[in-house]
Design a protein around this ligand. Structure first.
Ligand code: COA
Ligand code: MG
Length: 290
């Protein structure tokens, strides 16, 4: 599956130094996991986390869940050793925090190129600094790029914006990254919702992210998974509408017309592209859940 065809509705962060959470994740209904060595791990636990995570990855058992390892920055004391520890396991993706340039991606790509187990390993980047957002197009086009993860907490801090329920202060940054991701055909997932016990707030933010075009949402707690899986999947209404649009359009075409009408709205070829994407996304989700 290509990065965009694979579902990324729910992308759960798991601190790399928590064996219990690492184990629990083997049974959670998430589309992807971010095994974290960066901000979820305290400085004094960095070395232990690296070893704990390398063990868990070698052991495997994560099934269809797409495994992404978030390393520490390559300019930190730990980034390079993180790569040494996790690359032998051939992770599906390595996530670079605070990415700001294509050159940073190229440097990590060169490290991956030297490891046979990483032949298909993608690079994902955290988009969470002003310079990173401004360079989003170049970063998305860099080698091995598979996806963007919005780091909305760091970004809000850097921009000095306040958290508002409508996230208006972050919308420009979110959209710049969406433009870059879609231009290059890579995946893009939204930032976390910090109040992990507030399901209504999570639901609203997931709906906003979905409507903007994100593939899914990053999550901090297992309780957030069902909401993200529901909101970022096509609903039964979406699926029914897509089928009716395709049917009506094919019937119109058979009569030599280029436009059909469904529910009082025109349906052209471009709507059929979206309708087919909706159906293939629903199929990919069904395959993942079967
Ligand atoms: N992934 C997998 N399992 C998790 C988890 C996660 N992110 N967060 C909690 N769990 C597990 C716990 O291990 C616990 O399992 P158990 O019942 O088998 O012991 C269960 O879910 C319930 O946890 P709970 O007690 O409700 O949460 P908590 O108070 O221990 O922890 C957080 C709350 C927010 C500290 C914790 O969820 C966490 O560390 N999240 C990740 C934070 C992170 O990665 N931040 C960096 C990116 S923003
Ligand atoms: Mg961050």
């Amino acid at each position: 599956m290509t990065a965009t065809a694979r579902p990324f509705r729910s992308v759960l962060y798991i601190p790399g130094d928590k064996p219990r959470a690492l184990d629990k994740a083997r049974g959670l209904p998430v589309d992807a996991i971010i095994f974290d060595l960066e901000d979820a791990v305290a400085v004094e636990a960095k070395a232990d986390a690296r070893a704990t995570l390398a063990d868990a990855l070698a052991q495997g058992g994560y099934g269809q869940r797409f495994g992404i390892v978030r390393i520490n920055g390559m300019d930190s004391d730990w980034g390079s050793a993180d790569l040494d520890a996790i690359l032998p396991a051939g992770p599906q993706a390595v996530l670079l925090p605070k990415a700001e340039s294509a050159a940073q991606v190229e440097a990590v790509a060169a490290r991956l190129d030297a490891v046979p187990a990483c032949a298909t390993t993608q690079i994902w980047t955290m988009m969470e600094t002003p310079r990173g957002i401004l360079n989003a197009a170049a970063i998305a086009a860099a080698p091995r790029m598979g996806g963007f993860v919005m780091g909305t907490n760091d970004l809000a801090k850097e921009l000095r914006t306040r958290f508002t329920p409508d996230r208006q202060p972050l919308v420009t940054s979110l959209q710049i990254c969406l433009l870059a991701a879609r231009a290059e055909g890579i995946a893009i997932v939204d930032g976390v919702y910090n109040a992990f016990k507030d399901d209504d707030g999570l639901r609203r933010e997931c709906e906003q992210g979905r409507d903007m075009g994100f593939d899914g949402k990053t999550l901090i707690h297992p309780a957030q998974i069902p909401v993200a899986n529901e909101i970022f999947a096509p609903s039964q209404d979406d699926i029914d509408l897509a089928r009716r649009q395709i049917e009506a359009f094919e019937a119109a075409e058979a009569e030599g017309k280029g436009v059909a009408v469904v529910d009082g709205k025109i349906v052209e070829n471009l709507h059929i592209v979206t309708a087919r994407q909706t159906l293939s996304k629903a199929e990919a989700i069904a395959a993942l859940e079967s």
